[in-house]
Design a binder for this molecule. Structure first.
Ligand SMILES: Nc1ncnc2c1ncn2[C@@H]1O[C@H](COP(=O)(O)OP(=O)(O)OP(=O)(O)O)[C@@H](O)[C@H]1O
Length: 261
């Protein structure tokens, strides 16, 4: 069953067409890669899927919790509530807050207790806050950051900050998780750990994952299917083996890199 159905998605910025007539489908539970050279339009696709920009044209249909919704052009908070969570290429944490507070804030984004309860700090609010704190601690354990809960986010290593970003995304309770270059800046050991964690959270949280990544060893190892973008156009899609042997992909992106993947 498909949970995301993107048809003819197009976005222009002035005279530049960053994403052009992209068709993309994700089935429930899949782990799919979105790869391509710098400036190919990958992050713009994520920004369109999460409401940062409205599409110039095309449709995005998302199905979760028994509901099918057209989300193209909807506000980011509405899309987040519908069940799409994401991380950012440029890490966006509250660096002056603790690791735990960072995750608690993300939880609160999707919390549904009534405003008066929260403003007046009525008993229901206390209970809700305890639940959020417990949930946030659990997510930190999952992301191997439990021992850093009280640390300020600014003091985390780069790799740990990327883990925290994923914990924050999970806190919004997504059914579809979009990861934008989660391994960027990581060393090979950190990347290997992350590779295992991504497959683990997919299984444990019943997620569907769309992943932008330049580390081809990670992509080829864990993605079941891959879309390749170049100049805003999907030039190939298929299994890792199909994609890595496609002459168009080798010419546009992989080149010599394919031998090392
Ligand atoms: N808000 C914007 N205004 C103008 N141009 C933009 C905007 N966002 C993206 N672009 C342009 O759209 C094109 C695609 O950018 P995008 O960031 O989506 O590429 P990418 O594939 O994610 O690249 P990278 O791998 O380097 O992150 C680029 O030419 C970029 O400069």
């Amino acid at each position: 069953m498909s949970i995301l159905d993107v048809k003819q998605l197009t976005r222009s910025f002035g005279g530049l067409t960053a994403v052009s007539h992209v068709d993309l489908t994700l089935d429930q539970g899949e782990l799919v890669g979105l790869i391509g050279p710098n400036g190919a339009g990958k992050t713009t696709v994520f920004n369109l899927l999460t409401g940062v920009y409205p599409p110039s044209s095309g449709t995005i249909v998302f199905s979760a919790h028994g509901q099918t919704t057209s989300i193209g052009g909807k506000a980011p908070y509405a899309i987040c509530r519908a069940g799409i969570g994401r991380t950012f290429q440029n890490i966006r944490l509250f660096k002056e807050l603790t690791v735990l507070e960072n995750v608690m804030i993300a939880f609160q984004q999707n919390q549904r207790y009534p405003l008066p309860t929260s403003l007046l700090r009525l008993p229901g609010f206390g209970r809700a806050e305890d639940e959020i704190r417990d949930g946030a601690r659990e997510l930190l354990e999952v992301m191997h950051l439990g021992h850093k809960a009280e640390e300020y986010a600014v003091n985390l290593s780069y790799g740990e900050q990327r883990h925290l970003e994923i914990a924050r995304a999970l806190a919004t309770r997504p059914t579809l998780l979009l990861l934008d270059e989660p391994a960027a800046g990581m060393n090979p050991t950190e990347t290997a750990n992350l590779t295992r964690l991504i497959t683990q959270i997919r299984q444990d949280f019943g997620l569907t994952i769309l992943l932008i990544e330049h580390d081809m060893s990670l992509v080829m190892q864990i993605c079941e299917r891959i879309y390749v973008l170049d100049h805003g156009i999907v030039i190939a899609s298929g299994t890792p083996d199909e994609v890595r042997s496609d002459p168009k992909v080798i010419e546009a992106y992989l080149g010599e890199e394919v031998d090392h993947a």
